[in-house]
Design a protein. Structure first.
Length: 481
């Protein structure tokens, strides 16, 4: 008994002491911190889609943007910490809308584990200042990490926690609870809403009755529901009242000729049906019209699909190098890196899949052209090649590859996400009075979108973090913790 008590005491010391100790170990990652900070002679891409403005000065105080104006006319506070940013661009911090805290661990069936150390730092390091977790496999961990970040005990982005997956019978992984009926769905929604989750995610085998129960209970509490669906098509989900659909065209099962109610079509039936789909056909147009009419947002997650496919042959923004990015590979542990590289070696140059990839891009453009709200994230799952932060930046590049302008792509990845979260009065664009959540990059992403990868400083609530130091602090940790 004494031994057990001693062990408990030792364990208690191990987990409690860091919370009581000063955050001196975190201070090393802070590059800019002062009562007043001035970003002088910087190019501004404000996230609204407006043209970039050259030679601007931004004044930051009390965690907020106090003013923005031409550098030639701005009166600078004499006591400010001033950064001369000639040759740099400031963008709004990205709002990652499919940014899990977990990562694939391999195995059959596959297992997923939270990256509670590496992922918060990587998201922030690469300019993602706000995330929605969009499905959790360790919800209490996600909630506690959010609280630690909010209290200054950890470094990471602002977090909006999505509850555990709401999956029906037939889950492909044991990290998901399978719903038994609509009452079970209601119980799950109310339990996790009480615990602090602010959104919910329906998954591939959920039934229509279960989804109705989820939507009803969530909406009663003013919370939103998204879905990575298969058993239910997009139009059906929109009619039920879902607020958001993940992954765009890649997962819409409604065009499978033999689609049965409440059942996910087997094998590659969904992909086969989408390859045959004409986006200008009446059914496709009706699907888009329904989503827009019902105010259903769509989340673009192009990087996770790119990682599992052959490089886009026509890409002018580094598809091949993105798939084997040494900076990404260096943050993985050996097991994760080998697992991903093995998976990449098995990828064939399947023209049918590339046709589908391009069609999914075309769908996203058509959806936006019709008035739909497109938001963005990376989804760090798939074959393990999509990693926190790095994948968010790749998503912006792929939106440009899809045909959006750089300014449009940045808006999709920042302001649009903030709008969906109801946070656009505070974050998502650069304007006086908003939180100083900003990313400083070398170069001009408005002219060359790949410059968005050159992140050097990321501000969250007016504190500037050193991007490279954060990345170096988690070398070899992705796949472990």
């Amino acid at each position: 008994m004494k031994t057990a008590t001693a062990l408990l005491l030792l364990f208690g010391i191990a987990i409690i002491s860091p919370a009581q100790a000063p955050n001196s170990d975190l201070q090393q990652f802070i590059r800019v911190e002062a009562p007043v900070v001035v970003l002088a002679h910087v190019r501004v891409i404000d996230g609204t889609g407006a043209p970039a403005r050259d030679d601007q000065t931004i004044v930051i105080a009390d965690g907020k943007i106090q003013s923005i104006g031409p550098s030639t006319t701005e009166n600078l506070p004499s006591s400010a910490q001033t950064l001369d940013l000639r040759g740099y661009t400031v963008l709004p911090g990205l709002v990652g809308m499919h940014d899990h805290m977990f990562f694939p661990q391999g195995g059959t069936p596959p297992i997923y584990s939270d990256m509670g150390i590496s992922f918060p730092r990587l998201y922030l390091a690469l300019g993602v200042t706000t995330i929605r977790t969009t499905g959790s496999v360790a919800p209490f961990t996600d909630l506690e990490i959010k609280r630690f970040i909010d209290s200054g005990r950890m470094i990471g982005p602002k977090m909006h926690i999505t509850a555990p997956y709401l999956e029906g019978r037939g889950a492909f992984t044991p990290v998901m609870h399978e719903l038994t009926d609509p009452d079970d769905a209601r119980r799950m929604v109310n339990f996790w809403a009480d615990e602090g989750a602010t959104s919910f995610k329906a998954y591939m085998n959920i039934t229509r009755d279960e989804l109705r129960a989820v939507v009803d209970e969530a909406h009663k509490r003013g919370l939103k529901v998204t879905g990575h669906l298969c058993s239910i098509g997009f139009r059906e989900a929109a009619e039920i009242g879902i607020d958001n659909l993940e992954h765009g065209l890649f997962v819409d099962s409604e065009f499978v000729p033999s689609k049965q109610p409440d059942q996910c079509p087997a094998g590659s039936a969904v992909s086969a049906s989408l390859r045959q789909l004409n986006l200008n056909s009446p059914p496709a147009k009706e699907m888009i019209r329904t989503l827009v009419a019902k105010n259903v947002a769509v989340t673009s997650t192009l990087p996770v699909f790119e990682a599992g496919s052959a490089p886009l042959a026509q890409s002018g923004i580094g598809a091949s190098s993105a798939l084997l990015n040494p900076r990404v590979l260096s943050v993985m542990n050996t097991d994760a890196r080998v697992r991903y590289l093995t998976a990449r070696a098995r990828v064939s140059s399947n023209s049918d899949y590339l046709t589908l990839f391009r069609k999914a891009m075309d769908f996203e453009r058509a959806f936006v052209a019709a008035g739909g709200l497109l938001i963005a994230g990376l989804d760090p799952t798939g074959n393990g090649g999509t990693v926190a932060g790095f994948g968010d930046l790749r998503e912006v590049e792929l939106l440009v590859e899809a045909g959006f302008t750089p300014l449009e792509a940045i808006k999709i990845a920042s302001l649009n996400g903030a709008k969906f979260l109801g946070e656009d009065a505070r974050i998502g664009s650069i304007a006086a009075g908003k939180q100083a959540d900003l990313m400083i990059v070398k170069g001009n992403p408005a002219a060359n979108i790949s410059d968005i990868e050159k992140v050097e400083i990321v501000f969250k609530d007016g504190v500037g973090y050193d991007s490279e130091k954060l990345i170096q602090s988690v070398q070899g940790l992705v796949g472990i913790r």
